[in-house]
Design a protein. Sequence first.
Length: 146
Amino acid sequence: MSNIIFKEVDISNYDECIALEVSSNQKEFVVSNKEALNTYEQTGSGIEPVAIYADDLLVGFAMFRNDTYYKCFFIWYLMIDAKYQNKGYGRQSIIKLLELFRLRNSYKRVTISVSEENEKALSLYKSVGFKIVEDFEGEVDLEYNI
């Protein structure tokens, strides 16, 4: 199994990050990486974008933040490129994020919002221990206690 590594998104991997795409049946659930990074560049405030590598291979992209208002970590965006899906990278990336949050020791909760129609993502998050805390207007909020 590959070792998942998070690296800063910078000039050396920016173009590769924005070229990553989810499978066609998932495009309705996420914006493009370029749009996500544009939002980050406009707001910045506490959001951390990371390139997800399996050893030396770029397989995905994530953004998260320390949410000081809700006192939790919030996974704002997570995607694995279509070519690398169904290989365990999404699950490994979530577990690695949870380890990172544990080490930071700021908050004891991690949250994410997912479209209720995105059954694959909901199943994945539940499989690593996230619990549904709210279902509101097509979005499901999930929470994990560190």
